[in-house]
Design a protein around this ligand. Structure first.
Ligand SMILES: *Cc1c(COP(=O)(O)O)cnc(C)c1O
Length: 402
C-alpha cells in the first residue's frame, strides 16, 4: 500500500466552487469593470451582508484573520500592557493577534471534552490588569454565550470573539460574532467561508468601534492624508469581497451538509468509543459549524494517534492534527514563561486529536470508508479478550457490510 492515491481528501474546495463557477465569474467581472480594487463597492456590500448574516450592525473587511484579531482589540480600546485571556488550545493566530495589539496574552486551559476555553480556569487567571477575554469558537463550535456573558459581566471584561472557524455557528440563540463587543473572522480559503486568498473581517454592533477599525486598517487615516492612529495597511480586496459575498449566499446550505456528515461520523464511530476513539463533544447540536470533525485517540485505543494517522494515509485517507503543539509550548512564545505541564488538557489534546475529512460534498460512502479504515487499524491490535466477533456484534449494520 502507498499513499499515492488519495481516495478521501481532507478538504475539497472544488466541490463548492465548481457548481457556482458562473456566479463567481460574474461577481469578479463586475469588480474588473468598476476598477475599484481597494475598498470598493464589493467590500462595502460584503461588509453589510456579512454583518447582517452574523446578526450585527457593522462589518469591517481586513487583510486576514490575524489582523482582524489585532485590530478588533485595538478598536475596542485595548492598550499596551492590558492583559487579554485566551485559550492555550487554539491556532497560533489568536495569540499572535494579541501580541500584534501589544497586549499581554494570558493563556488558560481548555475543557478536555469540547476543547473549548475552560471558563473556570479563566476565572483563576483574572488580575487587576485583565481587560478582555478572547473565546475561540474552535472547530466551529461556539463557547457558551450565556456562560461567557456571565463571566465577562462578573469581571467587567470585554469579549472579543475569535470566530475564524465558526462562520454562522449558533448556540443558545446567538450567532457567532454577535456575543462580544467585537468579533474576528478569517476568510482563508479552507475556512467555512473562504476567499481565493487571504482575507478577514471584524464585526461589531458598536458604531465607534467599527469606525476605529476602519481607520486602523487604512493607515490610521479617518480621511485621506490625516493620520490619527498609527494603524496599518490591512484591507480586504474588492475581488475577495466579491467572491466572499457570492459564497456567503451558499454558506447556510454548506454548513448544513457539514452537520449531516458529522452526524454520520457520530453514528458510524459510536461502536469505536469502547476502543478509545472519542469524538469531541457537540454541545450545540446543528448550531455547530463543523469547520473540523475532530476525534480523540485516547490511551484506551489499541492504536496510537500517529500510527492511526499513518495507517489512514496508507489507505488514501488524509487527516489533520489541530494542533500538534499547543500555543504555550511554541518556541517563538517561550518568552511568555510557560512550560510543559501548565495546561494539561491542552497538552493532552495535542497528543490525542485527529481531524477527519470534512467538507461540503463529502459522501456518506467516503465517511464509511474512513470509519472502516479506523476499525481496520484498531481491530488487529485488540487484545485476545476482545474477539473480532464480539466487536462485530457491537457494531451497527452499517459497519458490518464491508
Ligand atoms: C485561521 C484562524 C485565524 C487566523 O486567520 P488568518 O486569516 O489565517 O490570519 C485565527 N484564529 C483561528 C482560530 C483560526 O483558525
Amino acid at each position: 500500500m502507498n499513499n499515492s492515491q488519495v481516495t478521501v481528501p481532507f478538504v475539497n474546495l472544488n466541490l463548492c466552487h465548481q457548481p457556482i463557477e458562473g456566479e463567481l465569474a460574474q461577481a469578479m467581472q463586475q469588480v474588473l469593470q468598476r476598477g475599484d480594487f481597494v475598498l470598493g463597492q464589493a467590500v462595502r456590500d460584503f461588509e453589510a451582508d456579512f454583518a447582517a448574516a452574523c446578526g450585527v450592525k457593522y462589518g469591517v473587511g481586513v487583510g486576514c484573520g490575524t489582523d482582524a484579531i489585532a485590530i478588533a482589540l485595538q478598536a475596542c480600546g485595548i492598550q499596551a500592557g492590558d492583559e487579554v485571556i485566551l485559550p492555550a488550545n487554539t491556532f497560533i493566530a489568536t495569540l499572535m493577534g494579541v501580541v500584534k495589539a501589544k497586549a499581554v496574552p494570558v493563556l488558560v486551559d481548555c475543557d478536555p471534552e469540547t476543547a473549548l476555553i475552560d471558563l473556570e480556569a479563566a476565572n483563576q487567571a483574572v488580575t487587576g490588569r485583565t481587560r478582555a477575554i478572547i473565546p475561540v469558537h474552535l472547530y466551529g463550535q461556539m463557547v457558551s454565550p450565556q456562560q461567557l456573558l456571565d463571566f465577562a459581566t462578573t469581571y467587567n471584561l470585554l469579549i472579543v470573539e475569535d470566530a475564524a472557524q465558526a462562520h454562522l455557528a449558533r448556540r443558545e440563540g446567538y450567532t457567532a460574532g454577535s456575543v462580544g463587543m467585537a468579533a474576528a473572522f478569517s476568510f482563508y480559503p479552507s475556512k467555512n467561508l473562504g476567499g481565493f486568498g487571504d482575507g478577514g473581517a471584524i464585526v461589531t454592533n458598536d458604531a465607534a468601534i467599527a469606525q476605529k477599525a476602519k481607520t486602523l486598517r487604512n493607515y490610521g487615516a479617518p480621511q485621506k492624508y490625516l493620520h490619527t492612529e498609527v494603524g496599518t495597511n490591512s484591507r480586504l480586496d474588492s475581488l475577495q469581497a466579491a467572491v466572499l459575498n457570492t459564497k456567503l449566499r451558499h454558506l447556510p446550505a454548506w454548513n448544513e451538509t457539514r452537520n449531516t456528515a458529522a452526524k454520520q461520523y457520530d453514528t458510524f464511530l459510536q461502536p469505536l468509543q469502547d476502543f478509545g476513539i472519542i469524538p469531541l463533544h457537540n454541545q450545540s447540536h446543528t448550531g455547530h459549524a463543523y469547520h473540523l470533525y475532530v476525534i480523540r485517540v485516547t490511551p484506551d485505543s489499541p492504536c496510537d494517534r500517529d500510527t492511526l494517522q499513518q495507517t489512514l494515509a496508507d489507505s488514501g485517507i488524509q487527516t489533520g492534527i489541530h494542533y500538534p503543539i499547543p500555543c504555550h509550548l511554541q518556541p517563538a512564545y517561550r518568552y511568555l514563561g510557560y512550560q510543559e505541564g501548565d495546561f494539561p488538557h491542552a497538552e493532552m489534546l495535542s497528543a490525542q486529536v485527529l481531524s477527519l475529512p470534512m467538507y461540503p460534498g463529502l459522501q456518506k460512502e467516503q465517511i464509511q470508508q474512513v470509519v472502516r479504515a479506523i476499525e481496520a487499524a484498531i481491530l488487529p491490535k485488540i487484545s485476545p479478550s476482545h474477539s473480532y466477533s464480539q466487536v462485530w456484534q457491537t457494531t451497527p449494520s452499517t459497519l458490518r457490510r464491508s
